[in-house]
Ligand binder design. Structure first.
Ligand code: ZN
Ligand code: ZN
Ligand code: FE
Length: 760
């Protein structure tokens, strides 16, 4: 009997074909396995029993990194040949699974430090189970000749391993060794190989700043245990307080520095190796300048052989076991990818630059996640995760390709077709022209890799977004997706939820179509449409761009009607001149917008409590407020506030201004900042709960989706989730898709596909 089996899923670049080959031989089957781009095809001939056992093994014994989404099986004409083989790749049309990069595996790591191994200390060691994938891909299907490794012809020894089915490197596309692989070098033009690695290690030991080319871009790197070195990096990068990520040598160093919940141990040390934001432990050695004023620290483990060599090399240099590893990019711009970009951007910042000649084709920043509910809660989804798709069978029949161009800040894009939605790695902030260029370049590359030809472009209709020009250039039919609708849909899609929801979208910078700033909205939404059924109480936001960074301006405005300027002065929101200038703007409506931005409300409370008057990076004030609340060791007080109000358009209004005034009044009376920060979180969560109950009365919908950048605040998320559960709601929240604007493109793409579904 001969069977043709099609396997859909992550089955390329994860050692799937060699696995099939071994399995088929073990069951005495003849036939072949082939990479068809969108799926792997197996033709297998043998007895019925053997075929059945083979079929079971496919699912049960698949390589760890493989992910089988769907399997089709049918009987076919008898296979004429003998033996089992891997046939050469031929691309097929349709959806494809582009493999993400995989951190170095345990076996390669052992060989890297084995003096008797022929790849001893080789910075590019990899195998079928590990190594670069997406970042070196030119074209699909994934084969050496279609990657950056094309310029490194295999030596005889590597070729033998590549073709030897018993080898760990059978069919490993980026296979390399000292004789045939890429080389590291310093950008000084002369130092190469081992000497380059030794000089960088020395520089780091001496407290200098290095730039190091990694998997998806350059990092800036220094000794994380050296307070002076970290401060030097802060000065040069002009980044006064935003936390730096730290790469620790191993799990032991990670345990010393931070509390690691059991469920996160596997994630931290898993094949994706993301940055995980953890609670710091007392007695850690990481300099406080790594994350000033924070009790948390973002840790990751080494994920390339070169990283491992930075920590361990037989050169007598005693290296620290923790290194700052921060993306090498100008603020808001994409991470540096080429030597040219590194020279231009990083030369002024770094004392030494370590590069190599394996080209990076697609950028990938490190993924960043927090811990929530015992699992990962994504902040930035990039290396290791992008571009794995979100699968929505309900939109499987939509054959038209969709491109969603994402948001202004934390931009990602998303390509969708046939119910598969591929979100890109992090791009950057669109205010920087280099980010727009990267978006342009990467959408084209990914569209070709995934073989999706976009026929519709989904975008955020905000008039000031820099994505608008790019959308115009594409010259395709467009679908405008309102910012908060996109947030809510991204949360629904991540959860595979297709029925209507009450969507709570809280963020900082969502603009409405009516010239006002929205950012604290409650929507009734499905994939296609939404209606606004509630919001936080509108307030005046004066001072333009600066109001988004300076919480004291928002606080002054919120206070205006009630207590006048005197209270603002007493709490030190500003000096007399500043306060009266701000009041002038408000009184004369100069540079003033009506706002329901939940993000700005957090900024205002943070300012009033003396935690953060002016943010130096997005989210700083809200983070300070969250940390203060977490420092309060009992439950926050839930204030008695007025009932929900109603706006002229009939939507519910959360009495958030009353909440602000209560906080301010108590602060003036001398209550402690942590207690009030905790009360703010608890009271706001209670207001969200009350408004969702009112929305349920109105609509009969009892599922709530929580999205928007404010829900990066895991304390607020926990309180809101608890409140809603206690009221019998079914709660959807994010996990691996960010709640912030990084997740927006997924929502846009799903919305556009759902609308296109009507036309099909
Ligand atoms: Zn390996
Ligand atoms: Zn070789
Ligand atoms: Fe947003």
């Amino acid at each position: 009997m001969t069977k043709a089996i099609r396997v859909y899923g992550v089955v390329q670049g994860v050692g799937f074909r060699p696995f099939v080959h071994r399995l088929a031989e073990a069951h005495g089957l003849a036939g072949y396995v082939a990479n068809k781009g969108s799926y792997v095809e197996i033709v297998a001939a043998g007895t019925e029993d053997n075929l059945a056992a083979f079929r079971r093994g496919l699912v049960e014994k698949a390589p760890e990194r493989a992910l089988i989404l769907h399997l089709e099986e049918r009987e076919t004409e008898p296979f004429p040949g003998e033996g089992f083989s891997i046939s050469e790749s031929e691309a097929a049309q349709g959806s494809r699974f582009v493999p993400p990069d995989i951190a170095i595996c345990g076996a390669c790591r052992r060989e890297l430090f084995d003096e008797n191994d022929r790849r001893y200390l080789h910075p590019f060691i990899n195998c079928t189970d590990c190594g670069p994938r997406l970042t070196i891909l030119d074209e699909m299907p994934y084969d050496r000749e279609r990657t950056s490794m094309k310029s490194f012809p295999m030596c005889a020894a590597c070729a033998a391993e590549y073709h030897d089915r018993a080898s760990r490197r059978y069919d490993a596309q980026p296979i390399a060794c000292h004789d045939c692989g890429p080389q590291v070098y310093l950008l000084d033009g002369t130092t190469r190989g081992a000497e380059a690695i030794r000089s960088v290690r020395r520089a780091i030991c001496d407290g200098k700043i290095a730039a190091v080319k990694g998997l998806g871009g350059f990092h800036l790197c220094c000794d994380a245990t050296n307070e002076m070195a970290v401060r030097l990096l802060r000065e040069r990068k002009r980044r006064p307080t935003k936390p730096f990520a730290v790469m620790v040598r191993d799990m032991a160093a990670a345990e010393r520095e931070a509390e690691i919940p059991d469920a996160l141990r596997e994630v931290l040390d898993g094949p994706e190796k993301p940055i995980v934001i953890l609670r710091r432990r007392k007695g850690g050695r990481i300099a406080s300048a790594a994350a000033p004023g924070s009790r948390r620290v973002g840790l990751m483990l080494p994920y390339t052989p070169l990283h491992l060599l930075l920590f361990d090399y037989p050169d007598g240099c005693v290296m620290p076991d923790a290194l700052i590893m921060t993306s090498g990019n100008p603020p808001g711009a994409p991470i540096c990818r080429t030597d040219g970009e590194a020279r231009e951007t990083l030369l002024p910042l770094a004392d030494v630059i370590l590069s190599h000649d394996r080209r990076i084709r697609v950028r990938a920043d490190d993924s960043v996640m927090e811990v929530y509910g015992g699992g990962p809660y994504m902040i930035r989804r990039s290396r290791g995760y992008a571009p794995l798709p979100v699968v929505l069978p309900s939109l499987e029949h939509v054959r038209d390709g969709v491109l969603a161009v994402g948001s202004e800040l934390k931009n990602t894009f998303c390509l969708g077709q046939g119910g598969l939605f591929y979100s890109s790695a992090h791009i950057g902030d669109m205010g920087d022209s280099r980010s727009v260029e990267c978006l342009r370049e990467t959408t084209a590359r990914m569209a070709s890799l995934l073989s999706i030809e976009p026929r519709v472009v989904a975008y955020d209709p905000h008039p000031a977004y820099h994505t608008a020009r790019f959308v115009e250039e594409l010259g395709l039919p467009t679908v405008a997706v309102q910012h908060h609708h996109a947030h809510v849909v991204s949360c629904m899609a991540e959860n595979g939820w297709t029925k209507p929801v009450i969507g709570v979208a809280f963020d900082g910078t969502g603009y409405g179509t009516d010239g006002s700033v929205w950012g604290g909205e409650i929507l009734l939404a499905d994939y296609k449409e939404f209606t606004r059924i509630g919001s936080i109480a509108p307030f005046l936001q004066a001072g333009g761009e600066r109001a988004a960074r300076e919480g004291w301006r928002i606080a002054t405005g919120l206070w205006r009607g009630e207590t006048g300027t005197e209270a603002a002065l007493r709490l030190g929101l500003g000096n007399e001149e500043e306060i009266s200038a701000q009041c002038f703007l408000l009184d004369h409506k100069v540079n003033t917008l009506t706002s329901t931005s939940a993000g700005r409300l957090f900024d205002a409370v943070s300012a009033v409590l003396g935690l953060c008057r002016v943010s130096t990076f997005e989210g700083e004030a809200a983070m300070a407020l969250q940390f203060a609340a977490e420092n309060w060791d009992s439950e926050g007080e839930v204030f008695d506030l007025p009932a929900l109000g109603m706006a002229e358009d009939g939507r519910l209004l959360l009495p958030t201004t009353a909440l602000f005034l209560e906080i301010a009044k108590r602060r003036l009376a001398g209550e402690s900042a942590p207690a009030l920060a905790a009360a703010f979180h608890a009271s706001l969560a209670a207001l969200v709960g009350a408004s969702c109950r009112a929305a349920r009365e109105k609509t009969g919908v009892s599922t709530v989706a929580l999205s928007g950048g404010v829900f990066q605040n895991t304390l607020l998320l926990r309180l809101v989730e608890r409140n809603l559960r206690e009221s019998g709601f079914h709660v959807l929240r994010h996990r691996l898709i960010p709640a912030n604007d990084g997740g927006l493109s997924l929502g846009q793409a799903v919305c556009a596909a759902a609308r296109a579904a009507d036309k099909n």
